[in-house]
Design a protein around this ligand. Structure first.
Ligand code: DI6
Ligand code: FE
Length: 411
């Protein structure tokens, strides 16, 4: 099963007769180049610009693909997912539709704990097997990079198993995977209500072991009344910083504990959700260069009514990304195209903000801005080629996939 991942062959490939949405910050808007071409050598972009300016020495001996006037964007990036999980919570969904509250669902063994139970019972291979269809759904819509969090293991063996499964996904498919260790996600049953003791274990035992195995590209936390306080998250982040690993944070999703400001204080790559973030939080994020990751799937699914303060982020100059938050409890969503439509429709995020939010800014949220996310010299040749007349169609449609072809590192 699975595609074997070949090394990009030593050759030049050219995609010509295309309209480019480069997302280059050097150009206005989407960085559009009509009559464009892209050339890649060994999976890296060596030219992205007007076809008329394609150097003759690059064109010689290249394999050329005629895009017949189609649009090319950077491969899409889903910068916030809990893709690796076992089973699903459709039963809880039915209970809630029948009128049960989140607390009632939790009392009968539902909620995050039920996903923890299911994940602990699954082998690493089984986790990979269950996750691949979700990954394939993202890939089918042009995703070339995906972030995957742990957080349903909540002990060393099971967190490590989750992150190994995430790494394995990147070997099974032609896609880049970035992992985040989310040990401070929820309190496992065996912690018997002692959040401080569990946080000490996450910071002093689990995290260093995960780091020693290089299983985590970043460390995440859930700062919320139903999860962990700013002090508890700080305890984990202090240790993370000492280990030289970047942080990101689930912040201000259901209430304002000052999570966005905390993330900014630690120079976080991103703070995510942010429905309850205030002006101080937004200003702190802008100063720190912390990306605001907007997650309309969770907002929609839990029928949240408080919208993230998009205008505050714009005014403060916060960089915004958009992601699925794919998880079994609050966002069983595996379409980044639909996510963009939700972000636009529910939050008034513009087409331009959506498209830059799932490419250039999503790369920044993963610390990958020098590698992918734009069609520019030196970046990975990660491309999505679309059967559309204008880029807005990618945000406008609901449940339709106009992807013509997808290229990961030149292949
Ligand atoms: N934020 C959420 O909404 C979820 N986790 C998180 O950090 C919920 C996860 C779940 O219910 O499984
Ligand atoms: Fe999340």
């Amino acid at each position: 099963m699975g595609v074997s991942k070949r090394q990009a062959t030593v050759n030049t490939r050219i995609w010509r007769n295309a309209r480019l949405a480069t997302m280059s910050p050097a150009l206005p808007g989407l960085g559009v180049i009509e009559h464009g071409a892209i050339a890649a050598v060994d999976g890296k972009i060596v030219f992205a610009g007007a076809e008329a300016e394609l150097p003759a020495n690059v064109a010689a001996n290249a394999e050329t693909i005629d895009c017949e006037g189609r649009w090319i964007t950077p491969g899409l990036i889903d910068c916030h997912t809990h893709l690796v999980h076992a089973g699903n919570r459709a039963n809880e969904f039915e209970m809630r539709l029948a009128g049960a509250t989140y607390e009632e669902v939790a009392r009968v063994g539902g909620g995050v704990v039920s996903s923890v139970r299911a994940l602990r019972a699954a082998s690493e291979d089984e986790l990979v097997r269950q996750t691949l269809p979700r990954l394939d759904a993202l890939i089918a819509e042009g995703v070339t990079t995906v972030e995957v969090k742990s957080g349903y293991g909540l002990d060393l063996a099971n967190e490590a198993k989750s992150l190994r499964a995430a790494r394995q996904l990147g070997r099974e498919r032609l896609v880049s995977v970035k992992t985040s260790f989310l040990g401070a996600h929820a309190l496992p049953p065996e912690a018997a209500g002692d959040k401080d003791a569990f946080i000490a274990k996450v910071a002093d035992e689990i995290l260093p072991a995960i780091a020693a195995e290089h299983l985590a590209d970043a460390v995440d936390g859930f700062c919320e009344g139903i999860a962990f306080s700013t002090d508890q998250i700080s305890r984990v982040f202090d240790k993370t910083k000492a280990l030289g690993i970047p942080v990101k944070l689930h912040a201000d999703q259901l209430s304002n504990l000052g999570g966005a400001a905390l993330a900014a204080r630690y120079g976080a790559l991103s703070a995510d959700h942010l429905e309850y973030t205030d002006q101080d939080g937004a200003v702190a994020m802008a100063k720190a260069g912390t990306v605001a990751v907007i997650l309309p799937g969770a907002y929609y699914f839990i029928r949240e009514t408080k919208k993230p303060p998009i205008q505050l982020f714009r005014d403060a100059g916060v960089v915004m990304a958009v992601a699925t938050d794919c998880n079994p409890g609050t966002s069983p969503l595996t379409s980044l195209l639909l996510t963009m439509n939700m972000a636009a429709t529910l939050f008034g995020i513009t087409v331009e903000e959506c498209l830059i939010g799932v490419t250039r800014n999503a790369a920044t949220a993963l610390g990958l801005s020098s590698e992918t996310g734009t069609l520019e010299l030196g970046k990975s040749a990660d491309l999505a080629i679309w059967d559309i007349e204008r880029p807005a169609e990618l945000v406008y449609r609901m449940g339709f996939n106009p992807l013509h072809a997808r290229v990961w590192r030149g292949e």
